[in-house]
Design a protein around this ligand. Structure first.
Ligand SMILES: O=C(O)CCC(=O)C(=O)O
Length: 281
């Protein structure tokens, strides 16, 4: 039996991890970041989620379950994009360095680097704090090489009750990306009518579930990590617990892909001025 091992900034994957990631589109890695290391990250996490940088983040501080313009007091699924851009003290932190080491083991046909990061927090007792099921590639511009490893570090335990990550294992092998559309929200003034929205109204995209979709939940302990690829269907439910769910997301992509994205003005900031029509899949 092979065990995972953290040694300095290295975390050794097993052959089974590498095969599962390629075949099923995800892997769960226990005990990647220690309690002491998380304490540093959590201070910054709480700083952002409390809205302390919101005055200079515009749409990079938003709710991933509700349209832009939702008042901060009503947020359920708090999203702070690109925290190291706003507070460079966080850049190249221990999670970044260990995740880079793991990425280098998963991706050997080129060099993948950190493309973007985000803090995601589900407030306690918010059944609406759902992250609708999607494929990450549905959110991004077309690029020649799509390879991605997206890491979710559990800053708090991630459980069934607080809305842990859920995946459809193996859906990364579907030949076509599913159709993603902006989430329609009910117009409260016009009960019964549903507003059609564009990506300028809300960042959130949704897909249609298909019969046969089998959801698998991925609960993890504090300090553990899930890694998912760009094609696997995934999302998460609301938080029915009395505690926060806090997650630090980091995505690594091929260095040439990152160059292509930046060339098209795409930095993963919600403030990017992107012509989405050019990116339609
Ligand atoms: O952790 C979650 O609740 C969802 C995160 C997610 O969808 C992503 O990182 O792509």
């Amino acid at each position: 039996m092979t065990f995972h091992q953290r040694n300095g900034e290295q975390y050794s994957l097993t052959n089974e991890d590498i095969i599962q990631y390629a075949e099923k589109g995800y892997v769960v890695l226990p005990d990647v970041i220690s309690n002491d290391e998380i304490a540093f990250i959590e201070q910054w996490f709480d700083h952002f989620v409390a809205g302390n940088e919101s005055h200079r983040m515009a749409r990079d501080f938003c709710d991933m379950s509700q349209p832009y313009g939702t008042p901060i007091e009503e947020f359920q699924l708090v999203n702070a994009m690109l925290p190291s851009k706003y507070c460079p003290e966080l850049a190249n932190n221990i999670f970044h360095r260990v995740a880079q080491n793991i990425t280098d083991q998963l991706y050997t046909r080129g060099k993948a680097l950190l493309d973007y990061e985000q803090f995601l927090a589900k407030k306690p007792n918010k059944s609406g704090a759902e992250f609708a099921m999607h494929q990450d590639l549905g959110y991004w511009p077309k690029t020649a090489n799509t390879w991605t490893a997206t890491f979710s570090l559990a800053i708090t335990p991630s459980t069934l009750e607080n809305g842990c990550l859920q995946v459809i294992s193996g859906s990364n092998k579907e030949p076509e990306l599913r159709k993603h559309v902006p989430k329609p929200y009910r117009n409260i003034d016009n009960i019964g009518k549903t507003n059609a929205v564009s990506r300028d109204d809300s960042h959130l995209l949704v897909i249609h579930n298909e019969t046969g979709d089998k959801i698998q939940h991925l609960p993890v302990t504090r300090g553990s990590v899930t890694v998912h690829d760009e094609r696997i269907i995934h999302g998460s439910s609301g938080n029915l617990s009395d505690d926060w769910r806090k997650t630090y997301v980091m995505a690594f992509r091929d260095s040439e892909t990152i160059k292509q994205e930046r060339g098209a003005g795409f930095t993963h900031s919600h403030n990017d001025k992107v012509n989405w029509n050019e990116f339609i899949r």
